[in-house]
Design a protein around this ligand. Structure first.
Ligand code: ATP
Ligand code: MG
Length: 371
């Protein structure tokens, strides 16, 4: 595609000549402007790849002032094309970071060289800026990680140390029930550290592009049953609020068994995160439904709870790392779980949908294609 060029020149004959030369060279001249106002309007309208700017223009503003204004609002490289080559003008031009400077009269090859060098430099700068932005983002991610993860480690570690301390110091006076409850507390806290470590490792694996999708045939009902049993056991040990996970499975009449091709690890991440959220954010208990629906083309997993729900404005950011809803602050968490779920769903070409009403409940539905 030929580069789109804006010509800003107040002498109609020169403007026409430049336009002709540029067209012959294979560029597209999107507009010719003779004053700063028209130049700005043209940039707004045409988003040129480059502007060739004369210094003397019609009206109050010269080309250097026009370039300064364009810089403020748009990201367009500017090459000055002018008869002024005195030191004072060059000094002034430098303040608007030009991509080139051609002194009139010029030859065709001067024009093409200046334009190509400017376009290439602009492209290279964009790439460097993009790399820098990515680097900054990674740096921020790392510091967020360290801050949040170390904070989230500290609480369960203190709980473990406190429980062990009490057990050690009051060995003889403690009843069996009290000893059991302290051990349970320590175990719950150790579990939280274990899950947190798993989340951090999964996030790091995904970040390194090493989270992969390797589908193998699995008995999806047995697989779900095992996850439900594990979570139920963890929950029964750790908590007193009554939450039951109820698993149901519906499949198309033409399917004989529940064998499907899915990646076990990815599905494990998806289900454990959604189900443990459903339990965790239902502080008053209530059943959690896991509905598996399955046809020959796709399989869906629906997790429904009657918990605290998610405020509408948080729904938009739910899958961003570290995002936690306003009403969940009192419940421990890092905000990594759903970001991991989303990555696992994306890797399998699936979709995730969420419906939620505060204080009524939440339903997440993950649909994965079966290839
Ligand atoms: P963790 O990294 O330990 O999973 P988390 O549970 O806070 O921490 P996510 O699983 O990513 O992080 O969830 C992000 C936020 O979405 C939660 O903090 C919570 O506000 C909200 N949320 C997720 N699932 C539910 C749910 N079933 N009910 C209510 N809120 C939920
Ligand atoms: Mg979670």
């Amino acid at each position: 595609m030929s580069a789109k060029i804006l010509v800003v020149e107040d002498e109609p004959i020169i403007a026409l000549d430049i336009q002709r030369q540029l067209t012959q060279l294979g560029y597209t001249v999107v507009a010719v402007a003779d004053c700063a106002t028209l130049a700005l309007e043209a940039v707004d309208r045409w988003h040129p790849d480059l502007a060739l700017m004369d210094i003397r223009l019609r009206g109050d503003q010269n080309g250097i002032e026009a370039a300064a204004q364009i810089h403020q609002q748009h990201d367009v490289p500017i090459v000055f094309l002018t008869a002024h080559a005195d030191a004072a003008t060059v000094q002034q031009v430098k303040t608007v970071c030009p991509y080139g400077y051609i002194v009139k009269p010029f030859e065709k090859h001067d024009l093409v060289t200046a334009i190509e060098v400017a376009l290439n430099r602009y492209q290279a700068e964009r790439l460097t800026q993009a790399a820098l932005a990515k680097e900054k983002e990674l740096h921020k991610l790392k510091s967020d990680f360290i801050a949040i993860v170390s904070h989230e480690f500290r609480n369960p570690l203190s709980a473990i140390l406190l429980s062990l301390d009490l057990l050690q110091r009051n060995q003889s006076q403690l009843t069996v029930a009290k000893t059991q409850s302290l051990l349970q507390r320590a175990r719950g806290a150790a579990d939280r550290i274990k899950h947190l470590l798993q989340d951090v490792l999964t996030t790091a694996t995904a970040e390194a592009g090493k989270l992969q999708c390797n589908p193998t045939p699995i008995d999806v009902v047995a697989f779900c049953r095992q996850i439900v049993d594990e979570l139920q056991l963890d929950h029964d040990i750790a908590d007193t609020a009554q939450s039951m996970i109820v698993l149901s499975h519906a499949k198309a009449p033409d399917d004989r068994d529940s064998l499907v091709n899915l990646d076990k690890h990815l599905l494990h991440h998806i289900l454990t995160n959604l189900l443990s959220n459903a339990i965790k954010y239902s502080p008053h208990g209530g059943n959690v439904q896991l509905r598996v629906r399955h046809t020959s083309e796709a399989i869906s997993f629906q997790v429904q709870d009657c918990g605290i729900g998610i405020p509408q404005h948080d729904l938009l950011h739910l899958f961003e790392r570290f995002h936690r809803a306003e009403n969940a602050r009192a419940i421990p968490g890092t905000g990594l779980g759903l970001a991991i779920v989303k990555q696992c769903v994306d890797l399998q070409g699936g979709t995730i949908d969420v419906q939620s009403t505060v204080d009524v409940g939440t339903t997440f539905t993950v649909t994965l294609p079966l290839g």
